[in-house]
Write a protein that binds this ligand. Structure first.
Ligand code: DX5
Ligand code: ZN
Length: 214
């Protein structure tokens, strides 16, 4: 499994040090962009993405929790971001076209769903999206408790991806820690996002390794 630590849980006054640590210990850098409209919180925007981009030596994974994610595709691609995901709830009928636009911009396209959206809603995008992001908490805040039903959701999505003979990857985000990482891997998760369990750990690099080998 690949581990994508979310810098939302990092100490922003020492973000440079956090990025240096991730460059040597993580697989991806997960960037949570929140707009205060799609979710009831504001995190950070392009000035922070630019600062991360100029220091990142591993691929960046930008998770847009915003209305109109299509507005930000080209600007995100220009920063060298490798993976860009957006919420199905925000995109609705424009989902397929936004996937296409992200891919045309040279990035991997991901479709995200909150815990109250049936996984079947992702089925039409199997083989079209490069990855799916299953939220295991409601998007908006770091440090929430993992919703255990998420494991079953990952397993049913994986089953359908396999049935279709597709290679769409599954990423899981929210409350991921050493206690649920193994079950998520067994259910079919390919990428785990982790904020608090990495950045609040005594030894963040060791916490990343623990998740990867769970
Ligand atoms: C929640 C974000 C997550 C979150 C992960 O809206 O998408 O990436 O910050 O943080 P933890 O691991 O603390 O739940
Ligand atoms: Zn996220």
């Amino acid at each position: 499994m690949k581990i994508a630590p979310s810098i939302l849980a990092a100490d922003f006054s020492k973000l440079g040090e956090g990025i240096l640590m991730l460059n040597s210990a993580a697989d991806l850098i997960h960037l949570d962009v929140m707009d205060g409209t799609f979710v009831p919180n504001i995190s950070f925007g392009f000035p922070v993405l630019e600062a991360v981009a100029s220091n990142a030596k591993i691929p960046m994974d930008a998770h847009f929790m915003t209305v109109h994610p299509e507005k930000w595709v080209e600007r995100t691609a220009a920063l060298g971001v490798s993976m860009m995901s957006f919420h199905l709830e925000a995109a609705g009928r424009d989902t397929a076209s936004i996937i296409g636009r992200i891919q045309e911009a040279g990035m991997k396209a991901g479709v995200v769903i909150n815990p109250d959206v049936p996984v079947q809603k992702l089925f039409p995008y199997i083989g079209k999206a490069d990855f799916f992001l299953i939220m295991s908490v409601f998007a908006g805040f770091g440090g929430q408790k993992f919703i255990p039903e998420s494991i079953e959701r990952v397993a049913s999505l994986k089953k359908e991806i396999i049935r279709c003979g597709a290679s769409t990857l599954i990423e899981v985000d929210g409350g991921v820690d050493a206690g649920n990482a193994a079950s998520l891997r067994e259910a079919g998760a390919d990428i785990l996002v982790a904020g608090s369990s990495v950045f609040k750990a005594q030894d963040p690099a060791a916490a990343i390794e623990d998740l990867r080998t769970a």
